[in-house]
Write a protein that binds this ligand. Structure first.
Ligand code: GRF
Length: 203
């Protein structure tokens, strides 16, 4: 049986690019049948340097990308999906791209999400609240921070002697498993949303 064509997607980054690197590893291992067709960074950052070094087409677009520009950028790239990978800017999603952007957040949404909840702040918040579990959430994007329908979550324990750094490491390991797994299902299925609850239905 011939394999379907790889799904083209645009990763959006702002920082180290570890999430992008993990997705590229999943593609190279054959686990994720996809192709990075354009990298968009909100600023010059280690992630975009890495992307350029791999020969991936990469552009910097600072600030909130105007809706029409985002629509043009996605159309020009030939992408089917936008995949946020540590992107810290707000999205202003064109109609055509609603439910076509996905994000991963390093906590169990809806807790510890929204404006200002990113990076180590998230893990510090989890520790200060005394939570006994944390984890990560993959969700569809809307045009606010961290509020779109949830596609999948995975949990890990919070240990008594955790620091934001040790907890961040444990959560990131989960992210490296969960994000490619969800993208495999998403790219080969379709999403149904009923009363805010998202489901991936196999094609
Ligand atoms: C991850 O923790 C992810 O949950 C969040 O951004 C972090 C990855 O950023 N969305 P980066 O890949 O290290 O730049």
């Amino acid at each position: 049986m011939t394999r379907p064509a790889p799904t083209p997607f645009v990763p959006f980054i702002s920082g180290t690019g570890r999430t992008l690197q993990n997705l590229v590893r999943s593609i190279e291992s054959g686990a994720l049948n996809a192709r990075v067709c354009q990298v968009v960074a909100s600023r010059e950052c280690p992630g975009i340097e890495w992307a350029r070094a791999q020969g991936l087409p990469a552009v910097v677009r600072q600030g909130v990308i105007p809706r029409d520009d985002l629509a043009q950028l996605m159309a020009d790239s030939g992408a089917k999906w936008g995949v946020l990978a540590g992107y810290t800017r707000l999205l202003d999603l064109p109609d055509l791209w609603q439910s076509r952007f996905v994000n991963i957040h390093p906590a169990l949404l809806p807790s510890f999400g929204g404006a200002g909840w990113y990076g180590d702040r998230v893990h510090r918040g989890v520790l200060e609240a005394g939570c006994k579990v944390s984890g990560c959430t993959v969700h569809l994007c809307d045009s606010t921070y961290d509020t779109g329908p949830i596609l999948a979550q995975r949990c890990c324990p919070v240990l008594d002697d955790d620091t934001p750094e040790t907890l961040a490491r444990r959560v990131f390991e989960l992210e490296c498993e969960l994000y490619p797994e969800v993208l495999v299902r998403l790219f080969s299925g379709r999403v149904s949303i009923e009363a805010g609850r998202a489901r991936i239905i196999p094609a």
